[in-house]
Design a binder for this molecule. Structure first.
Ligand SMILES: Nc1ncnc2c1ncn2[C@@H]1O[C@H](COP(=O)(O)OP(=O)(O)OP(=O)(O)O)[C@@H](O)[C@H]1O
Length: 354
């Protein structure tokens, strides 16, 4: 029985996940900066349609697994723990695992992928198929039910556009963090709004109701106090949380707020168009249809100022074949479906060889 050290104590993985059941399963993981979700799904037979509802055996949640944020050791511990929890909850065990599809933020390069594959291989034997991807890939798969084709646009605290062609080529745009220009993101919108308040206060920019509305939301009495507020904790998510205030100001007719949202729409559309163009998803005549999976709080539908809808309108002027999809399942389920799709494709190829 394999023993490993965690938090200075010997941790018995096999004991923790138990010795129950022997149904073959797939683990799908969506690892983010806020949380990590693992889904355990049984291997269901191939057919023209998916079982409805999808046969999810268990769902487990843990904290951050982005190695850039918490370091390699903590990220690995979180991922091991969440997989063990999901297996335990499903009444299954490690020997039942046929495939693991791990979509995790912070996977930006083939070396990140290889490092994670190597430690996964220490846990799972060689017959278990392992797939490691950037977390945007699970988000795409959640909208396409596991098929890697089309483009996903994620706009939450940060933003990224990621796309695949049916023959496996991939491209991404943005997703490098706000310092490197993720301007359409929640952080980008809110940072512009805070900047507009300071500019208006100084007399460098137009008057805007963003000043009164944001100060009231933060419980501050003067724009001067914004300086202390931002220095106290400049975390991106804390600043990005102000986007709904910007939306309500734009809905109330504020020109400055409206222009900030309009800029965000253009930036987000630009990321998608860059990916579509590079991959040729729109076909030679620019009119071919392709799925665009829309994920993240910034793309939530609002009554009058709907950023997601405006992004799609903007893209469809260049690419009328864009087919927006708002996923009905979460990204971790997308990762499990992706793992299932990879397995089915590999089994099919092996069957053809025989
Ligand atoms: N109704 C809304 N309209 C526009 N933006 C919204 C709305 N509700 C929440 N938001 C914004 O959505 C963002 C959070 O979205 P989400 O929870 O998808 O992101 P996250 O998971 O924190 O970040 P990331 O996806 O970058 O890791 C915040 O910027 C928040 O202000």
């Amino acid at each position: 029985m394999k023993k490993r050290y965690r938090n200075g104590k010997i941790w018995d993985f096999e004991h923790e996940i138990g010795e129950l059941g022997n149904r073959e399963v797939i683990l799908g993981l969506d690892g983010g900066t806020t949380s990590t979700v693992c889904i355990c799904m049984p291997i269901f037979p191939f057919s023209d349609s998916f079982p409805d509802p999808l046969p999810v055996l268990a769902r487990a949640v843990a904290g951050c697994s982005n190695h850039n944020s918490v370091g390699e050791t903590a990220a690995r511990e979180t991922l091991e723990q969440v997989m063990a929890d999901a297996l335990l909850k499903s009444g299954s065990n490690r020997s039942a695992v046929r495939a693991v599809c791990l979509s995790v933020s912070g996977v930006n390069h083939s070396t990140d992928e290889l490092r994670i594959l190597n430690w996964l291989r220490e846990i799972f034997p060689s017959h278990v198929k392992l797939y490691v991807q950037n977390d945007a890939v699970a988000a795409l798969a959640s909208g396409t039910m596991g098929k890697l084709h089309g483009c996903v646009l994620i706009a939450g605290t940060g933003t990224i556009a990621f796309g695949f062609t049916e023959d496996g080529r991939q491209a991404r745009a943005a997703g490098a963090g706000p310092v490197l220009g993720d301007w359409g993101s929640g952080y980008g919108i809110a940072a512009q709004a805070l900047t507009a308040i300071v500019r208006a206060y100084d007399g460098r920019g137009p008057v805007t109701i963003l000043s009164s509305n944001i100060l009231q939301t933060l419980g501050l009495s003067s724009p001067d106090e914004l300086i202390g507020w931002t220095y106290a904790d400049p975390s991106w998510a804390r600043i990005a949380a102000l986007v709904p205030v910007v939306v309500s100001c734009a809905e109330a007719g504020d020109r400055v707020a409206h222009e900030i949202l309009q800029d965000s729409v253009e930036e987000l559309a630009l990321s998608v168009k860059a990916v579509v163009q590079r991959l040729g998803l729109c076909g030679e005549d620019g009119k071919a249809s392709f799925p665009l999976v829309m994920v993240g709080g910034v793309l939530e539908a609002n009554k009058r100022w709907d950023i997601g809808k405006e992004v799609v309108n903007h893209i469809s002027k260049s690419y009328p074949g864009v087919l927006p999809i708002h996923p009905k399942v979460e990204p971790a389920v997308g990762a499990a479906l992706l793992g299932w799709n990879f397995l089915m494709t590999e089994s099919h190829k092996e069957a053809c060889k025989r």
